[in-house]
Ligand binder design. Structure first.
Ligand code: NAP
Length: 320
């Protein structure tokens, strides 16, 4: 009889990186309409370490918990009724979010239609870096702000996982892109499509830019970045406040200047993932993976991520 167990990183309590424990547990079984996917790589996101620490999506989870939402892998089995995927298909997804997906493991099960075909031109490691970050950028720029050509889009934390993809998607939509990041990232961000770069450690961004149509705020209420963003936004413009929703300070500042605001929580969306894969395979969208870790070193990956200095993405490579 085949081995129906798998390696997985589990947490039994919320806390620091040391609560991440690697062991063997039972493989999940696909229900009707679900697929069982062999995970080749799992992307890491700030929501993973926020949830591990008891914040983020912790209130929606039960312990013991397998963290992780970003998956790239190969379909191993299909449940009854699945007609669009078959064993052997290479897929990527951010399944189940904000319910647990259990991506830090050798197998996941999820509804087949939450998966899209992995971009052909990417490795599993690169593909696993995309779903949550790219869907966030896409849902902010395309679905929420409906950015059109010629608009000025300011991306805060442009060098991070979401930010470096948002810069490229905004550029693809025809926007003029303003990016905040430390100076050593500026050359790279200009290659990705940023028209203006601002080192937020040297000057306040509101002294360096203005007349913005859309702010993709990936900092939120830290240092009042959300409310300060209103001062660079034109009347009728939009601040999409992604990490912390619409704070009172943001709402007050926005009301006074007739600026619109929106919170955003990323949602699974296979159609958007298919569109993102087309952008990647046509060479329009690049994903940056700063570093990979074996599954067993998930705690080290969290420690590095929590420094808040990541350029692009961190990924767990299950082949290591
Ligand atoms: N609501 C949602 O659905 C949703 C979805 C995705 C992400 N998020 C949240 O959005 C935030 C960003 O996510 P992420 O995955 O992009 O994070 P990340 O990759 O960890 O971001 C790291 C980057 O942030 C930059 N940074 C740090 N402080 C900054 C500041 N004050 N101004 C400008 N840049 C700064 C750093 O660049 P430098 O080294 O150049 O400073 C670094 O490159 C996180 O809080 C995450 O939880 C929310």
């Amino acid at each position: 009889m085949s081995d129906r167990t798998m390696r997985a990183v589990t947490i039994n309590e919320f806390g620091g990186p040391d609560v991440l424990t690697t062991g063997r547990i039972a493989r999940p079984e696909p229900l009707p309409t679900e697929v069982l996917v062999r995970v080749h790589a799992a992307g890491i996101n700030p929501v993973d370490w926020k949830t591990r620490a008891g914040h983020g999506m912790a209130g929606l989870q039960t312990l013991p918990l397998i963290l992780g939402w970003d998956v790239s892998g190969v379909v191993e089995e299909v449940g009854f009724g699945v007609t669009t995927l078959a064993p052997g298909d290479e897929v990527y997804a951010m399944p189940w979010f904000p319910r647990p997906a259990g991506a830090y493991a050798e197998f996941v099960t999820a509804p087949s239609r939450q998966f899209a075909r992995k971009p052909d031109s990417l490795s599993h490691v690169e593909a696993a870096a995309l779903p949550l970050a790219a869907l966030t950028a896409w849902q902010a720029l395309v679905d929420t702000a409906r950015v059109t050509g010629g608009q000025r889009v300011l991306v805060h934390a442009a060098a991070g996982g979401v930010g470096h993809l948002a810069v490229q998607i905004a550029k693809h939509l025809g926007a003029e892109v303003i990016a905040t990041a430390r100076e050593p990232r500026h050359t790279w961000l200009k290659e990705l499509g940023a028209d203006e770069t601002i080192d937020y450690t040297r000057r306040r961004f509101e002294e360096a830019t203005g007349d913005v149509d859309v702010v993709i705020d990936l900092i939120g209420d830290a240092d009042d970045t959300d409310a300060r963003s209103v001062s660079v936004t034109r009347r009728g413009g939009l601040v999409v406040s992604i990490p912390s929703g619409v704070s009172d300070a943001l709402a007050d500042a926005a009301r006074q200047k007739s600026v619109r605001t929106s919170p955003l929580l990323v949602e699974p969306d296979a159609a958007a993932l298919a569109a993102i894969a087309r952008l990647v395979d046509s060479g329009t969208l690049r994903v940056e993976v700063e570093r990979t870790f074996p599954l067993e070193q998930a705690a080290d990956a969290h420690r590095l991520g929590e420094t808040n200095r990541t350029r692009g993405k961190l990924v767990l490579d299950l082949a290591q």
